[in-house]
Design a protein around this ligand. Structure first.
Ligand code: C2E
Ligand code: CA
Ligand code: CA
Length: 394
């Protein structure tokens, strides 16, 4: 896209610098350029009831009054669907974290440029602009459901696992799949977990879903293994379920009944809350491990006291959280964190998994760091059983 059709806003306190940018935009064919001397003024313009929505804001960070950071926060809070180009002379680390901050505020960052900006640079950044689609970070994603609706869906067995492939980083071969819950809603189509997991956990109903997933996942695993593919399947376990000391026995019975060796099943545990009854949880996990199940520490690096979990759970896999893996090639701090996690997994003699591998660069990076396995959109998106069976055959 060129500057021509865009509604642009330059936010910069220095009148000379501002003029410079405005002139360049006009040189690039822009016909609608607005100017603001600080964040407050910019915000007033954006909030103006009758004004045309701004497509791209070119924004300085350091400004007296409301600075660029606060401006971006308000823009995110108001849910204006802006793209932003930051004009600044700050160092790389600060700019990288401003980039993350913008993403968290639901703002898309087209780029960061050092002042003074060049014409070609500006042209390149603007050409990267495309209107945010409705799937963007601000969309409310899914309809909201009541607990009763979700439970009704579970009783009607409308929930099924989608499978996301895990591949060996060295050989590129498929080694397993993670089962991710999906609700095939009669009206809303396929609904993702964030619409129902928390609801089920908080109301003490998560086990119903867990076992529905487990049964289907192990039966799928059995099916593809019978077809000659040596795959494992991973199922997500909620921490709250571990309070019940009968859990390990129940899980084992389901797996054996399906004719599957527990060695082909990995249970993923997220440390998203403090363990309420740590003793019970550790008893369950030790028992599962004794029976041969794999245990994975999910979302490693986030949540509560993950280091502590490493020392007390007999786990067999470390799953590095996607927030570290995404863009790992471009960010030195991320690289160091991922590299150290892989290193630690190796020393603990457990399998390392990089989750959220989205691009060729991510893949090349985790591979070169010696990660064992990888999972992410770059390899494949989660898919239903039929598609997964087809995927295995290819
Ligand atoms: P998770 O266990 O960390 O699962 C990985 C999530 O990341 C999945 O989201 C997957 O679709 C997504 N993902 C995979 N590759 C990529 C990538 O390259 N880029 C990006 N941006 N995302 C990627 P999903 O399926 O929406 O699941 C969200 C969470 O819901 C899961 O996170 C898990 O914590 C929970 N969940 C899913 N199924 C179950 C379940 O059966 N039981 C329980 N207790 N929790 C579940
Ligand atoms: Ca998981
Ligand atoms: Ca995860």
């Amino acid at each position: 896209m060129t500057a021509k059709g865009l509604n642009l806003l330059v936010v910069e306190d220095d009148a000379f610098q501002r003029r410079l940018v405005v002139d360049m935009l006009c040189a690039l064919g822009a016909s609608s350029v607005n100017e603001a001397g600080d964040g407050k003024q910019a915000l007033e313009m954006i909030r103006g009831a009758n004004s045309r929505p701004v497509d791209v804001a070119l924004c300085d960070l350091n400004m007296p009054g409301m600075d660029g950071l606060e401006f971006l926060r308000h823009v995110g809070h108001d849910q204006h669907r802006l793209s932003v180009i930051i004009l600044s002379a700050m160092d790389g680390k600060v700019l990288a974290s401003v980039g993350r901050m913008s993403a968290m505020y639901g703002i898309r960052l087209l780029g960061v440029v050092e002042k003074p900006i060049g014409l070609e640079q500006l042209r390149a950044l603007l050409s990267a602009y495309h209107p945010l689609d409705s799937e963007g970070p601000l969309s409310k994603a899914t309809a909201e459901f009541t607990l009763e609706e979700v439970r009704q869906g579970i009783r009607a067995k409308q929930f099924e696992p989608f499978f996301q492939p895990k591949v060996d980083c060295r050989t590129g071969r498929l080694v397993g799949a993670e089962a991710l819950a999906r609700w095939r809603h009669p009206e809303h189509g396929v609904v993702a977990p964030r619409a129902f997991i928390q609801l089920l956990e908080e109301s003490g109903n998560i086990d119903d879903l867990t076992f529905l997933m487990l049964e289907q996942a192990v039966s799928a695993c059995r099916k593809v293994r019978d077809a000659g593919h040596q795959l494992t399947v991973s199922v997500n376990l909620s921490l709250v379920s571990l309070d019940d000391t009968a859990l390990a026995g129940r899980i084992t019975r389901v797996v054996l009944k399906a004719g599957l060796d527990p060695r082909w099943v990995t249970l993923e545990i997220t440390e998203s809350m403090a363990m309420t009854k740590a003793g019970h949880a550790l008893e369950n996990l030790a028992r599962l491990r004794m029976r041969g199940f794999g245990l994975s520490i999910d979302d490693y690096g986030t949540g509560y006291s993950t280091m502590q979990q490493l020392t007390r759970i007999a786990f067999s896999e470390l799953k590095i959280d996607q927030s570290f893996v995404k863009e790992v090639a471009a960010n030195e701090a991320l690289r160091i964190v991922v590299e150290s996690s892989i290193d630690m997994a190796r020393k603990l003699r457990v399998v390392s998994v990089a989750e959220g591998v989205e691009t060729q660069q991510d893949w090349d990076a985790v591979k070169s760091m010696g990660c064992d396995t990888a999972q992410g959109y770059f390899i494949a998106r989660p898919m239903d059983l039929d598609s997964f069976v087809e995927y295995c055959a290819r």
